[in-house]
Write a protein that binds this ligand. Sequence first.
Ligand SMILES: [Cu+2]
Length: 162
Amino acid sequence: MTSIFRFAAVAVAFIATAAHAQITVKDAWVRATVPQQKATGAFMQLQSAKDTRLVSASSPISPNVEVHEMSMQDNTMKMRQVPAVELPAGKTVELKPGGYHVMLLNLPRPIKEGETVPLTLTFESKAGERETVEVQAPVRPLNSSSAPAEHGSHGDKAGHAH
Ligand SMILES: [Cu+2]
């Protein structure tokens, strides 16, 4: 069962792989949002045959798309915009929850599981050559990640009753 499922997942990954010879995008996905949530992240694995860097991204579903990095600082998850994500030749760089991600901001509507989000990624080489890669990223549910579990309602309140 597991191997069949895995095979299906690989097939999807191949379809999602950009057709460009130099840069490969695998396993792209976007995290679903809940109503009122105006931003979400897109995640993927990037690999390039030559040194390059991811400098920007865009999507028809969001007027503001930024490249972000999340990191732990003083026990708090901090998120900031970065000018680029370096892609050393041949090395797989993962955009994942808790690390680099493509941030989709000011969403006009919720993004639901089962949708596909088109993304255009722009890469720039050291020589300043730009190229774009189109990706169709499926939307996955909110809880599908290896991100730290959110702290919900922990039963920390020990009662004072006897
Ligand atoms: Cu972000």
